[in-house]
Design a protein around this ligand. Structure first.
Ligand code: NAD
Ligand code: MG
Length: 401
């Protein structure tokens, strides 16, 4: 593959991860070309991306949006074929003409296209952690049977991947001498905010992450630490390790992106400036290392690296994720769906920040647990959980009347 140009499809091209991916791709036009780009509503940015990268296909969330993009591209003699709808997303995700798919749609909305990429045996660069949290066992079984090459973009999981022995066996990490995985977390913008002030924090404050610039949903997840909860579940599926062997460590500087502890006492860490272009570049041309445009790490300027245990009173979402993981079956689907509903209500309709974990906990209590044998089971559990979560929202001030 190293002598060939890779053809890349980016699902969620207009988001934070999508834009960072295109930034890396643009630095290496000899190695990569863009096959397809998808966007939900940001047609202005999608048009600019198409004019710059000239993909074969573009997919837009609505027919009206697609018409707008089609017209703008036509005016500039750009021959990108513009499509719309969920089938179009799955089509570009599984198109044999692309070898690499970047799964960077946010939330459950990205599940079916990500699964389509996995089922067609692509190199899949996974940012859409929600897909793996929802469908863990089916997702990993599909990776096994299709021969897809799954490379994590999430900075922590990319770090763990880098700290593991090359060709580590999926027959359980203990066979590889691993004792524990140490998942680092910044603690987000409210790590030191007095607890009594958390109730009234605003979406703008929650989205102002101290170290990373990201989409709004994951920024709120970082503030509640549900992001770390989702990442815990993600790590267990990706690396075939039980939750009891994953420890979350607060590390406010976000310089160490995670660590692997071995039975001989060695702890291997991956460090770097907090910039998603590093894991993206690592995965795009794996196993070759390419320039990511990331500023070199100046450890002397960083000065010191701090570590703390996460505070479970401040961050109940982390406990809920450990519990859902332990419960197994559909509990992770419910956790994810309830979180998506609660975060959207916090961002859009005034649900209190501290009511986010309350809504999730009530939803987990209100949903029957079931096993996940098919993707239909996953989707059913997801819609049932959204229904229960919306009912829980109504019981809390600020929920839609
Ligand atoms: P974002 O909100 O910036 O972008 C989301 C993208 O998904 C956009 O391109 C949008 O058009 C598309 N999208 C949204 N809703 C859609 C729908 N219903 N159907 C189709 N497309 C839709 O989000 P982001 O920060 O880039 O995060 C994307 C994913 O990557 C998330 O799962 C997030 O957890 C994960 N992730 C992000 C970061 C980061 O630094 N931003 C780091 C690790 C993991
Ligand atoms: Mg992460």
């Amino acid at each position: 593959m190293s002598d060939m140009q890779r053809a890349i499809t980016i699902l969620g091209a207009t988001g934070s991860i999508g834009a960072s991916t295109l930034d890396v791709v643009a630095r290496h036009s000899d190695r990569f070309r863009v096959h397809a780009l998808t966007a939900h509503t940001n047609t202005g940015l999608l048009i600019r991306q198409c004019l710059r990268f000239r993909p074969r296909y573009a997919v837009v969330g609505t027919p009206e949006g697609a018409a707008r993009v089609r017209e703008a591209l036509h005016d500039k003699n750009c021959r990108t074929e513009v499509m719309t709808g969920p089938e179009a997303l799955e089509q570009v995700a599984s198109d044999p003409a692309a070898d690499t798919v970047v799964a960077a749609i946010v939330g459950a909305a990205g599940l079916s296209a990500t699964m389509a990429a996995v089922n067609s045996g692509k190199r899949v660069l996974l940012a859409n952690k929600e897909a793996l949290v929802m469908a863990g066992p089916l997702f990993m079984a599909a990776v096994g049977s299709s021969g897809a090459e799954l490379l994590p973009l999430d900075s922590e999981h990319n770090a763990i991947f880098q700290c593991l022995p090359r060709n580590f066996s999926h027959a359980g990490l203990t066979d590889n001498g691993v004792r524990r995985v140490l998942l680092t977390a910044s603690g987000g913008p409210f790590r030191d905010t007095p607890l009594e002030e958390l109730r009234s924090v605003t979406p703008a404050q929650a989205c102002a992450h101290p170290n990373w610039s990201m989409g709004r949903k994951i920024s709120v997840d970082s503030a509640t630490m549900m992001n770390k909860g989702l990442e815990l579940i993600e790590a267990c599926w990706l690396f075939d390790i039980p939750g009891s062997q994953v420890e979350v460590v607060l590390h406010p500087q976000s310089i160490i992106h995670s660590m692997v502890e071995y039975v001989d006492g060695s702890v291997v860490a991956q460090l770097g400036n907090p910039d998603m272009r590093t894991p993206i570049a690592f995965a795009l041309d794996y196993p070759h290392r390419i320039d990511a445009g990331v500023e070199p790490l100046d450890l002397v300027r960083v000065g010191h690296l701090d570590f703390q245990r996460p505070d479970s009173t401040r961050f109940p979402c982390l406990r809920l994720a450990y519990e859902a993981l332990k419960a197994g079956g559909s509990a992770s689907v419910v956790l994810n769906a309830a979180n998506e509903v609660a975060v959207a209500a916090f961002l859009e309709s005034g649900l209190g920040f501290t009511d986010i974990p309350v809504v999730i906990e009530e939803t987990l209590a209100g949903c029957a647990s079931g096993s996940l044998r098919t993707m239909g089971d996953v989707l059913d559990a997801d819609s049932e959980a959204r229904r229960v979560a919306r009912a829980a929202l109504q019981r809390h001030a600020g929920g839609p009347g």
